[in-house]
Design a protein around this ligand. Sequence first.
Ligand SMILES: [Zn+2]
Ligand SMILES: [Zn+2]
Length: 141
Amino acid sequence: MDEPGHSGGCACGAVRIEASGEPYRVGLCHCLTCRKRHAAPFSAFAVFPRERVRFGGGEIAAFRSSGTGQRHFCRACGSPLFYAEDGSDEIELYLGSFDEPSRWMPTYEAWDQRREAWLPDLPTVTHRYEENRTGTGRTET
Ligand SMILES: [Zn+2]
Ligand SMILES: [Zn+2]
């Protein structure tokens, strides 16, 4: 495969991430769990086919953040690494994990009702969902 590789990792460097190809979709989430999990006003993520993502190095731990999925993190430094729904062939990586900024732009936002009032409208976003994303396709344009 000659797909472009995208490298990332956790804050302490113990866990490395390699994703190949392009994500299905890129978005932001303002939900309560994302806010608390990232200790940030929102999370920014890129959804990849699970088979296109490899992890190396340190130990990855997880906690069940809802009835339908788990959030995974570096055991050593606590950095969030990915979210995966049970049984899904997709995996959510976080834009902040990648070594290179500005690789992708978000095209949608979830949990708009919890969005910080000071955030401006984002020019690349075409859809804001009141709660969870309701689109069922893999892409979001
Ligand atoms: Zn780490
Ligand atoms: Zn969320």
